[in-house]
Design a protein around this ligand. Sequence first.
Ligand SMILES: *[C@@H]1O[C@H](CO)[C@@H](O)[C@H](O)[C@H]1NC(C)=O
Ligand SMILES: *[C@@H]1O[C@H](CO)[C@@H](O)[C@H](O)[C@H]1NC(C)=O
Ligand SMILES: *[C@@H]1O[C@H](CO)[C@@H](O)[C@H](O)[C@H]1NC(C)=O
Length: 455
Amino acid sequence: MKGLIVLFLISGVLSHSAQEWQSRTIYQVLTDRYYRNNGDTSGCSNLGNYCGGGFVGLMNKLDYIQNMGFDAIWISPIVTNTPGGYHGYWAKDFYSINSNFGTEQDFINLVNALHSRGMWVMVDVVANHVGPIGEDLSGVGQINPFNQASYYHPYCAINWNNQWSVQNCWLANLPDLNQSVDFVKNGLLTWIKYLVTKYNIDGLRIDTCPEVPMSFWADFSKSAGVYTVCEVFDGSITTNAGYQGSVDGTLNYPLYYLIQDVFKNNYSLYKARDFMAQAKTAFKNLNVEGNFVDNHDNARFLYNFNKLNRFKNAIAWSMTWPGIPILYYGDEQAYAGGNDPNNREILWPNIPNTSSTMYTFVKTVVQYRKNNQIWNYDWVERYAADNFYCFSRGKAMMAFSNTDTNIMYWVTYHPYSVGNVVCNVFYANDCVTVTSQGIPVYLDGGECKLYQLKQ
Ligand SMILES: *[C@@H]1O[C@H](CO)[C@@H](O)[C@H](O)[C@H]1NC(C)=O
Ligand SMILES: *[C@@H]1O[C@H](CO)[C@@H](O)[C@H](O)[C@H]1NC(C)=O
Ligand SMILES: *[C@@H]1O[C@H](CO)[C@@H](O)[C@H](O)[C@H]1NC(C)=O
């Protein structure tokens, strides 16, 4: 009897669907940059190579992430890389764990620690290419299991204006796998199923999706059997929407550019109205897109733009707009690094700092999203102007601005009833009683406010 129960428990692998991921909030870490396994908090002299972060360090510092309310983390690819692959995108052996990050047991312990906290793990995976081994593929023998030159497309550099070239040529000199070769296709499908089930992975972030034919991703996603979110580094709504169905969602680059445009480049906030009109019809399900302000491939929002209020608007927007929010590590410490690798700072000096302005801000927004379960409610535009935008999800109403002056708008079309008292989540005393005139929304110096019914 006991044996039966144990058998049931260990075979009861819980994989998590896109539907289940909708309520999650993801914190993105570069495994090498979060916390060192040995706890050494000295600096790192070269951000272009390993700095020493790993699975043990991450496991020991999960409170920092969980205290902000995040219930999932996205980590770097875990497989063994060719030398210098501190980011994880240079696979060498698909069937072993990158020893720079720790042992296989360390990784298993990390996943168990996350699961026992009710947190999920999203692993970054690459199926387009492997680590650099020469344009002539002379080092191909060291790649496991894709150890023959015939498994790769012959060398050519990508021409981004030609889709054939994007799929068949090499990205940044990285050997490009040919998924039309049966051994490669089947090898990748077998591998991803193995990886997900062996390590109890809850979701996948998939690298470089446009660089491989869409039909492959449909098979890959099915074989994985968990939520999959694709990197489609493209601002086009139509292009991104085209992936839904083959995979669950994409990293929402269209939204990323909208946020840059309105909060950094001072475009009119009417742009958001046009954006949503297009997005609503294009996407099958906006709620499973991955929303973000920053990531490891772009200069951070605050780089050369020292405007914290704009940044707060951007972060709050990404977390309340339809989709699954992803916060890039360091944003909660107002990191401002420029292009790769300067945007891949070490986090450990700031780990003790859980009362900084942005840490507190992020925590408040994540809690607000969760308390109001906004993923369960339709998005409704409430007000649009050049320097002001307001939308709601259920009884949560969010007001944003992209000006440096003080503004006030009467929001007359709102989700509340006359007599309701609504409060701005950032200041306990900032409450207002709804009258037949509506709600007067005062935003000073470009702040944003998140309203909810008085608790
Ligand atoms: C990829 O492999 C297929 C199947 O072997 C082959 O027909 C095709 O020519 C290869 N593509 C390139 C660009 O080499
Ligand atoms: C947007 O406005 C701010 C002033 O609030 C200014 O610092 C910034 O340079 C402007 N950006 C552009 C792209 O015009
Ligand atoms: C914590 O954050 C505050 C505000 O951003 C900053 O002034 C302080 O230096 C930080 N402390 C540490 C230990 O990083």
